[in-house]
Design a protein around this ligand. Structure first.
Ligand code: GCU
Length: 334
């Protein structure tokens, strides 16, 4: 965090200055700055490029978009704070990163909340659920624009196969900075370490952790497959990526401009689905054939059984019970 502090502060000073001066230099043209932590060939980046194209085109060039990829502006937690303050206008972060800002988002890190991807899609395309989530954070300075499919999260290790929950004993696993994800690894018998995504490769390499968990793009796009050779289909979480925006910036737009931004966001989510499917297929092949990663099926039921006490807790706790039942009812699974 410290090493990048100077760069981030300098970049932000630059961004804020150019923002005040109106970077485009054109009368009536506003610029939206987007931050995310993925590489240029990741589906998220490609979908944000599509979002930018639609916003610029549909506003006749009156709204321009500038994307800052590769965690240039900081970790997800950091860019969330920057979006709250308005130094960044839009950010793409995992729903897990939002847990520390709004407890409702913790629900997505609850393992096996969704039985499969179809249930996840049903929930994320249900406007009762999304309107609730997208505007719940307005009072803390953020609104949601859309979500992106971020795949199914599976466990991967440096050097050991995990086939049943018993094998999790003592395994040091990196999780996202989310209390629910920490609770998940504890419930499975492992030792959780929460850290920012950008630190995972080095932590694996140095042996600070034995394992991490994510979708398949982590292996190839982020090179984790160079150090982690076993990828287990635990399918424990389906966590959406969220596209969020500074609430003031959004509310200061005209009704027409708001619609342009919201519709471009939704269209980019549809675009993302195809890019995602193609990327997962291609990168799984690369991980298998070029990087020597083994893909392994597990006794999933043993994992599901181990986290049932968490479900009971989230279904009853004051902070989570409403969102838990809202989702479960709407996917016909309460
Ligand atoms: C996914 C997600 C990222 C997140 C990462 C993580 O890749 O798309 O937004 O940072 O998981 O595990 O931290």
């Amino acid at each position: 965090m410290k090493k990048s502090y100077f760069i981030i502060v300098s970049l932000l000073t630059m961004i804020m200055l150019t923002g005040c001066l109106n970077l485009s230099g054109e009368e009536g043209v506003s610029e939206l700055r987007i931050a995310h932590n993925q590489t240029l060939d990741h589906p998220v980046h490609l979908s944000l490029v599509e979002f930018s194209r639609l916003v610029e085109e549909n506003s006749n060039g009156n709204i321009k978009v500038k994307i800052f990829p590769n965690a240039q502006l900081g970790s997800e937690r950091e860019v969330l704070e920057l979006t709250q303050s308005g130094a960044v206008d839009i950010a793409k972060v995992s729903a897990s990163a939002l847990e520390g800002f709004e407890p409702d988002y913790s629900i997505f890190s609850l393992p096996y909340l969704f039985e499969d991807y179809e249930q996840f899609e049903q929930a994320m395309n249900n406007e009762t659920i999304t309107d609730h989530l997208y505007f719940k954070t307005e009072d803390i300075g953020i609104i949601g624009l859309t979500y992106y499919n971020a795949g199914v999260r599976n466990l991967y290790t440096k050097d050991r196969e995990v086939t049943t929950v018993e094998d999790m004993k003592g395994l040091k696993v990196r999780v996202q900075p989310s209390q629910t994800s920490v609770g998940m690894i504890n419930a499975l018998g492992g030792l959780p370490t929460a850290m920012a995504y950008g630190e995972v490769y080095t932590a694996l390499q140095a042996g600070v952790i034995d394992a991490a968990e994510n979708n398949e793009t982590a292996l190839v796009g982020n090179n984790h497959g160079e150090v982690a050779k076993y990828y287990m289909y635990t399918g424990h979480q389906i966590v959406p990526d969220m596209l969020i925006m500074n609430a003031n910036r959004f509310n200061n737009f005209s009704e027409e401009e708001k619609l342009i931004v919201q519709e471009a966001a939704k269209a980019s989510t549809v675009y993302h689905e195809d890019v995602w499917a193609e990327t997962i297929e291609r990168q799984t092949d690369i991980a298998k054939n070029d990087m020597g990663v083994q893909f392994i099926e597990v006794d999933k039921q043993s994992f599901i059984d181990a986290v049932q006490p968490m479900h009971k807790k989230y279904a009853e706790a004051e902070k989570t019970k409403d969102i838990y039942h809202l989702i479960k009812e709407n996917i016909g699974n309460d």
